[in-house]
Design a protein around this ligand. Structure first.
Ligand code: FAD
Length: 305
């Protein structure tokens, strides 16, 4: 019978020491790894390397707001924990709450979702939108990298063999915008791999010109798409139907031509058009738009207590 050595460190320090000495796979929730290494029915998954189980490391399970007001999420926090945490940004809570089914959300971690580097992964969309960074730790120290640089391309990340993702740091939240949008297009409301997930956020200046606009889309190419050039089309201007079409055309050029069947492009165009049209009607309001639950409300739920 084949044997795989399994390490179960009890502290982060111990885990990083193991990582520095042993070529091993970090296993968090295991929801991607167990599927990737599965064998025929009746046989346990087969790993060709040693495995280190990191899921229960306390240091990787915290969610808190740091001294700069940024939301810091331990890499082994699960989708269920993120969806329920009032400290986490609204866009990320939406994405986490619609991943897979309940059982999956109790095991899938944010670190695993990022490291998996699937263009269909749900959390990178909000993380790109909100300029999130990953903290990477090794026995030699720590470094921080924007999530959008950390995910290099399909299934490829900027992670050294001696490193672990320890934290995800999100500097922005719904509090930084007036009008926010998140919608996952899938075959079902949850328990469906996304066909597209679109995140948007806009902030207006006092004179109703656009102070900031952001849009990111998953499942639209080799990795999540976001382009500051596209967003800049609106900045400093009042929204007009012509400008909306300019944004749509420019974003259409950013998303991958090969990976995008026409229905996905059309859904993306519609969601951008609707968001920008509706937000320009209510520049003075705080609005949450989920597409299927669209309404002009009062303030978004307060995030920080
Ligand atoms: C039935 C099913 C439905 C799913 N539905 C969705 C969905 O709707 N949306 C979605 O986005 N995904 C979905 N997934 C994919 C998967 O659940 C997510 O990608 C999940 O977040 C992965 O996290 P994990 O903790 O299970 O990762 P694991 O399987 O433990 O690890 C995945 C990869 O990340 C690496 N890794 C994990 N943690 C770290 C760390 N801290 N540092 C360094 N490397 C690390 C591992 O070594 C491995 O390479 C689904 C999967 C299944 C099986």
């Amino acid at each position: 019978m084949e044997e795989v050595k399994t390490y179960i460190p009890s502290t982060l320090k111990e885990a990083l020491e193991i990582k520095s000495k042993v070529d091993c796979i970090a296993l968090a929730g295991g929801s991607d790894l167990m599927v990737a290494h599965k064998r025929t029915l009746g046989l346990t998954p087969k790993f060709d390397k040693s495995v280190m189980i990191i899921r229960n490391l306390k240091e990787l399970r915290n969610i808190y707001i740091n001294e700069r007001g940024e939301c810091c999420i331990g890499s082994c926090c699960t989708s269920a924990e993120i969806a329920e945490s009032p400290l986490c940004p609204w866009h990320l809570r939406q994405a986490a709450s619609r991943m897979g089914a309940v059982g999956l959300r109790n095991s899938a971690t944010i670190g695993g979702n990022i490291a998996n580097a699937s263009p269909k992964g749900d959390t990178p969309g909000p993380l790109y939108l909100l300029d999130a960074r990953v903290k990477l730790s090794s026995v030699d120290g720590e470094r921080e990298v924007p999530v959008s640089d950390f995910i290099i391309k399909f299934r490829t990340i900027d992670l050294r063999s001696d490193e672990l993702i320890t934290e995800i740091i999100v500097p922005l939240s719904e509090d930084d915008f007036d009008y926010i949008f998140w919608h996952k297009v899938g075959t079902r409301k949850a328990n469906a791999i996304s066909k597209i997930t679109l995140s948007q956020a806009i902030k207006f200046n006092k004179d109703d010109t656009v102070g900031d606009y952001r849009v990111s889309a998953t499942a639209t190419g080799a990795k999540t798409n976001r382009s500051r050039d596209v967003e800049s089309i609106l900045i400093g201007k009042k929204i007009t139907p012509e400008l909306i079409e300019d944004v749509i055309k420019a974003f259409d050029a950013v998303i991958s031509p090969r990976a995008m069947p026409e229905f996905r492009r059309e859904a993306t165009r519609r969601m951008i058009r609707r968001f920008l049209t509706e937000s320009s009607k209510h520049p003075k309001d705080k609005v949450i738009d989920t597409y299927d639950g669209y309404h002009v409300t009062g303030q978004p739920e307060p995030r920080r207590k």
